[in-house]
Design a protein around this ligand. Structure first.
Ligand code: MOS
Length: 740
């Protein structure tokens, strides 16, 4: 347990750099920016799931107080990216306000723009939309069984196909997961301000200011440098901010048409249909082993839904190809287009779904083998990635098994299900593992050393919550060997040097490498400057110098020393500015498989009379190289685990298939874990630097925190009750208890 829970304790080194801004409300989230003469846009959304809009009658709305315009396919100005010249950039996905086709229930068909949020809201129901309806299909369970409805999305085979069937011990099982929705606290919003015909500033909730800038520049056919995207603070995102959704161009179109700034906000119900979701899935796993537990074959099939207008795919079956040693593996993945909006990446995309099935199947097999499920995994442990045959750069999973086992009290687990009881609760222990890709992408960071010796770092990334500025300041402080409070990391502005979108657990490695590099470059520059400028340094070599605690000094003679601020003054430099790029993957990295790993352990209670499932204790372990900031990394693991509790026990988006409408598009009816659902969570990291991935030895933890967690819960519930739930979320009814 971290000791930083005493609110009166002095600030720790890795307390959030932006904590004070956030808790005092000084931090401005996208929709909160005050812009003079701002107009407010809200979407009118379709009330059919499929068909065409025959007419939009906006006359009543236009007479309502404060209404400035109602924009729809009937009057939408031309957008270059909507209708590009041959070979030009074409807007990715649905072109909002462009045509009269309805592709899903709740699709925006018009944008009401008014002088206030209230007036826009009031006018929504005065827009009269007539439709010609067509038959729709939103039912995943029904349609996944229709082979002709499916689209192939990739096959894989090594060794013998379906080899598991020839194994002395095997299991075959189907697993289902529902649609899950990101549901961050902050709702999406975009404020668009045109400063002339070809110059655009937007405030936007995005995980990638540079990617949004690029998308908008191309969509409106203006130079990239003329688009500025500002995302100072993000109130949570889990992949929903990785692409520009419909409200982003809508705000820009409206602002251009009306020649005044326009803010388009999504309402909470719209957050369930207009910014993507984790697709629904069906999976089948066959897995067989010899009598000692050595895997003989794994077969993994999956189907996940997409929309009709985009084919969204994710790596659901990929984990089965490489997580364990096995000579014979075959996978098959298909997508099912439905009359729904397009799914998107959601924390641990693909792997979350795939590991749920794989890690459940291995648990099922362990009971067949009468073998401890951890022992079974250790039996099939490998340090060579069996898919690409590359050695792992670092893989300390065995340490995770060991630590988790001790901390959760695995010795108390009964090998036979349904045997443990405490105060009327059936008790079970379970575990499940996760894996996610790690690597290093390209990112640029600018460093400014000021005359007082303080450092400002800048990069055009955004921080959706993991604490990017906090960990980047830590990397800089460690490299410079100077105090944290003298370093500031600025982000959230596309005018800064290009940084990556925050996603795929890549920020710490990618951006951290650039921060480390730019700081090393500064140290080198300071040493050279000292030799040039300071008489006592004249005869020294760079190799004999070091920089620490804001001084340059000779390692041979600690008396030869000069303060960094003094050195700047002596050189007549008001500041030093350096920009460096982390440079992406190196040839050395390509010789290795590089991943982060996790193993989650849970103790559950299932009430013997009601079937209520309660998590009693959680231990989550991570193998993600060096942990840069223990506080924020720990928080990431906590957040991922809470997401995993949601996946296992709570979350399920439901659709009324008669109308195609989402039934539970609110935080009151789409259930997320409450405080009472969350027991103490202990986080443990291996915390050993990965020698290959980058100079700082760090990999990501954002995704592994969630991947594999749901299986730990279903496995523990089986251990408690002898009942296997293969259809998330787990409910008392699915465990055979009557609804109370
Ligand atoms: Mo995440 S799904 O990479 O934002």
């Amino acid at each position: 347990m971290s000791t930083n829970h005493n609110f009166f304790a002095p600030f720790a080194d890795d307390d959030r750099a932006d904590a004070a801004e956030k808790v005092t409300g000084r931090a401005k989230f996208t929709a909160e920016h005050a812009v003079p003469n701002l107009a407010y846009g809200l979407f009118v959304c379709s009330t059919i799931a499929k068909g065409t809009v025959s007419k939009i009658d906006e006359s009543d709305a236009l007479k309502a107080p404060g209404v400035l315009d109602v924009i729809s396919f009937q009057n939408c100005p031309a957008v270059p990216g909507y209708n590009p010249a041959k070979g030009g950039f074409e807007w990715w996905g649905l072109k909002t306000l462009y045509d009269n086709k309805v592709r899903f229930y709740g699709q925006p068909v018009a944008l009401v723009v008014a002088d206030s949020f209230e007036n826009a809201t009031a006018a929504l129901k005065l827009v009269h939309v007539s439709y010609e309806k067509e038959a729709h299909e939103t039912d995943f369970e029904k349609n996944r069984k229709i082979e002709a409805a499916l689209k192939p999305a990739g096959n894989y085979k090594r060794g013998i196909e379906k080899a598991y069937k020839t194994a002395p011990v095997f299991i075959e099982a189907e697993y289902k997961t529902p649609i899950e929705v990101h549901s961050p606290m902050e709702m999406h919003a975009t404020i668009a301000i045109w400063e002339g015909d070809d110059k655009l500033t937007v405030y936007d909730k995005t995980q990638g200011p540079k990617s949004t800038q690029n998308t908008l520049a191309k969509t409106f056919d203006i130079p990239q440098k003329n688009v500025r995207v500002i995302t100072e603070y993000v109130g949570g995102a889990f992949g929903n901010g990785l692409r520009s959704w419909l409200h982003v161009p809508a705000a820009c179109i409206a602002a251009k048409k009306l020649k005044r700034p326009v803010k388009v906000l999504l309402t909470r119900p719209q957050m369930f249909s207009l910014v993507g979701y984790r697709p629904q899935s069906w999976q089948k796993i066959g897995i067989g082993a010899d009598k000692t537990g050595k895997f003989i074959g794994i077969s993994h099939s999956a189907i996940s839904n997409s929309s009709r207008y985009e084919d969204f795919r994710e790596g659901i079956v990929d984990v089965s190809k490489f997580l364990y040693a096995c000579d014979n593996v075959d996978t098959d993945y298909k997508t099912l287009p439905l009359d729904l909006s397009t799914p998107t990446w959601m924390r641990g995309p693909g792997e979350v779904t795939g590991c749920y099935a794989l890690e459940s199947a291995i648990d099922e097999l362990s009971y067949q083998l009468k073998m401890d499920p951890i022992e079974l995994r250790i039996k099939n442990f490998t340090t060579i990635n069996p898919e690409n045959k590359l050695p792992w750069s670092a893989k300390n999973l065995l340490d995770c098994y060991e630590a988790g086992k001790t901390k959760i009290g695995w010795k108390n687990r009964s090998a036979i299900p349904g045997k443990l009881k405490e105060n009327g609760w059936l008790i079970g222990y379970g575990m499940g593992g996760g894996v996610f890709g790690a690597g290093k992408g390209a990112a640029s960071v600018r460093l400014i050393l000021k005359e007082d010796g303080t450092i400002v770092l800048q990069s055009a990334v955004s921080d959706m919550g993991p604490g990017t500025s906090t960990s980047m300041v830590k990397v800089a402080a460690e490299t410079m060997q100077m105090p944290i409070h003298k370093i500031k990391f600025s982000l959230g502005d596309s005018d800064y040097p290009p940084g990556p979108s925050q996603g795929g657990s890549g920020t710490t490695s990618t951006l951290g490498s650039a921060v480390n590099l730019v700081c090393e470059t500064l140290k080198q520059g300071l040493k050279e400057l000292a030799i040039q400028q300071v008489p006592t340094f004249k005869t020294l070599a760079v190799a004999d110098l070091d920089v620490k605690n804001e001084v340059v000094f000779s390692t041979k003679d600690p008396g030869t020393i000069i303060g960094v601020a003094e050195l700047l003054k002596l050189s007549g430099k008001p500041l030093i500015e350096i920009t460096k790029d982390s440079g992406g993957a190196t040839p050395e990295m390509r010789k290795y498989a590089i991943n982060s790993f996790s193993v989650h352990f849970v103790k559950v209670g299932v009430h013997a009379k009601t079937g209520e499932v309660k998590l009693l204790q959680i231990v989550t372990t991570g193998d993600a190289g060096k942990i840069i900031s223990e506080n924020t990394a720990r928080s990431q693991m906590l957040g991922g685990v809470v997401g995993g509790i949601g996946m296992a026990l709570k979350e399920e988006l439901t659709i009324n298939h008669t109308t195609g409408e989402i039934e539970n598009a609110s935080l009151g009816t789409y259930h997320l874990p409450l405080h009472t659902d969350i027991p103490p969570i202990e986080v443990w990291f291996v915390n050993k630097p990965d020698p290959i991935v980058n100079a700082i030895g760090a990999k990501g933890v954002g995704e592994i925190s969630l991947i594999g967690f749901a299986a730990a819960v279903t496995n523990a519930v089986y251990n408690a009750t002898g009942k296997r739930v293969r259809d998330l979320p787990i409910t008392a009814e699915k465990l055979g208890f009557k609804k109370v």
